[in-house]
Design a protein around this ligand. Structure first.
Ligand code: GDP
Ligand code: IMO
Ligand code: MG
Length: 428
């Protein structure tokens, strides 16, 4: 049995797409278990760059099964746009390489409208969501009024559910928020057309994942977002609406915790965040700007500039704890090349006390002062490294300190966006 999880250890955009693609070479199945098309995962192979949102990052191999699990919120419009985009890049999607859970929740047009309206109403307290309808869709799931993929496959059930939902949503949109009324027929027609295209891909994916693991196939679970965007352990309410930590794999793919062997936390050599919310090591200065430009830190899904700051080991420690990480994959070590000095936050000072966890209250977190250690930098040649022995001593020191403080080994180092710019330090 070999099953492993790749998840974001920070605020998303750590390089999960790249690492999933790299590790997928040895996998038979790649599974998305939460989130939706709020994710933007970049994979670079040769001269080509692929931007994936909903479709798992194993799709670039011709012989892998990719699964969109029940924990994902699925926007059929976005899915088909992504399929067409990939087809344009020479990647054919068929029921042989993509399977979609019959239990996945559907993102409906009113979810997207409500996402926008709610952000407006929050005013200065806006979360800075991706506007893809993620929060409102998960709200309906938990409130038990959501519409699942299996419901769409039964036209009469879908019709009833859409009518019930739309009546309530139209009241909220028009009467509470003075927005525009949504037409039933238009949505119904649009989704029934999706149904025909979706049908061949739909199966009970929990059964497939279980059987694959039992028959000794290798299964890779690809997380979206990151630990600090988790609905429970993130910087609430500035989070996404799903379980981005390892626990989310069980509920979002339909397997038990005893079936997961390894959990790899993907972490950038520095920290970024897109959207609002606290960020203790943020650099609102020329170094922050330098990292953003050098690392091309602009969102894949929304194009927004990402906020940049030093590596925060309190965050990595939190990720190691709440997801039981077996190792880290450190990415973008090459981006820091050229800096004379590099800082790393090893703990926080809160009201005179040293702490190594993230306080639940954002007011407390705002008072946390990062405690830094300073490291000497390294040069651009790092992007050509092929083995650990190619690393300059200063990179080794940096990696050693990360392992020491987080009590978690670094198993992979990424020194560039391409598949072959990856150095495996220990077998996964
Ligand atoms: P994800 O959401 O975690 O998959 O990450 P994104 O794709 O949103 O952002 C990561 C960005 O960094 C993408 O543009 C990747 O191509 C790029 N990337 C990944 N790993 C590395 C690396 O080691 N070095 C450099 N320079 N770029 C990387
Ligand atoms: P990947 O998988 C970075 C952020 C948004 C916002 C918050 C809530 O590429 O790492 P949502 O639309 O989910 O309700 O937005 O979460 N966010 C991400 N930030 N990477 C992502 O995905 C993100 N997905 C959502 O910016 O702050
Ligand atoms: Mg991303």
């Amino acid at each position: 049995m070999a099953s492993f999880v790749v998840l974001g250890a920070q605020w998303g955009d750590e390089g999960k797409g790249k690492m999933t693609d790299y590790l997928a070479e040895k996998a038979d199945v790649v599974v998305r278990f939460q989130g939706g098309n709020n994710a933007g995962h970049t994979v670079e192979v040769g001269e080509k760059q692929y931007k994936l949102h909903l479709i798992p990052s194993g799709i670039l191999y011709s012989n892998k099964m990719n699964i969109i699990g029940n924990g994902v919120v699925l926007d059929p419009k976005a899915l088909f746009e992504e399929m067409d985009y990939l087809k344009g890049l020479g990647v054919e999607i068929t029921p042989d390489n993509l399977v979609i859970s019959d239990r996945a929740q559907l993102i409906m047009p009113y979810h997207k409208v409500l996402d926008g309206i709610k952000e407006k109403v929050r005013g200065k307290k806006e979360i800075g969501t991706t506007g893809k309808g993620i929060g409102p869709c998960y709200t309906d799931k938990m409130e038990r009024s959501g519409i699942r993929v299996c419901d769409l496959l039964h036209e009469e059930i879908f019709e009833d559910l859409l009518k019930e939902n739309l009546e309530v949503k139209n009241d909220i949109i028009t009467k509470v928020f003075h927005g525009e009324y949504l037409d039933f027929n238009e949505i119904y027609k649009e989704y029934i057309a999706y149904k025909e295209r979706l049908k061949p891909f739909v199966k009970d994916t929990s059964v497939i994942v279980y059987d694959k693991i039992k028959s000794k196939k290798s299964v890779l679970f690809e997380g979206a977002q990151g630990t600090l965007l988790d609905i429970d352990y993130g910087t609430y309410p500035y989070v996404t609406s799903s379980s981005t930590i390892a626990g989310g794999v069980c509920t979002g793919a339909g397997i038990g915790p005893t079936m997961v062997n390894q959990v790899v936390g993907i972490a950038k050599a520095y920290t970024t965040r897109v959207g609002k919310g606290p960020f203790p090591t943020e650099l609102n200065d020329s170094t922050g700007d330098w990292i953003r430009e050098k690392g091309h830190e602009f969102g894949v899904t929304t194009g927004r500039a990402r906020r940049c700051g030093w590596l925060d080991l309190v965050i990595l420690k939190t990720s190691a704890r709440v997801s039981g990480l077996t190792s880290f994959a450190m990415t973008k070590i090459d981006t820091l090349a050229g800096l004379d000095k590099i800082k790393v936050c090893v703990s926080y000072e809160l009201d005179g006390k040293i702490i190594d966890y993230i306080p639940a209250s954002l007011e407390d977190l705002a008072r946390c002062k990062p405690i830094y250690e300073e490291f000497d930098g390294w040069d651009e040649n790092i992007k050509y490294a092929k083995h650990y022995s190619d690393f300059p001593g200063n990179v080794m020191k940096y990696l050693n300190r990360i392992e020491e403080v987080t009590d978690t080994k670094v198993s992979i180092v990424s020194v560039g966006p391409k598949r072959d710019q990856t150095i495996l330090l220990s077998e996964i």
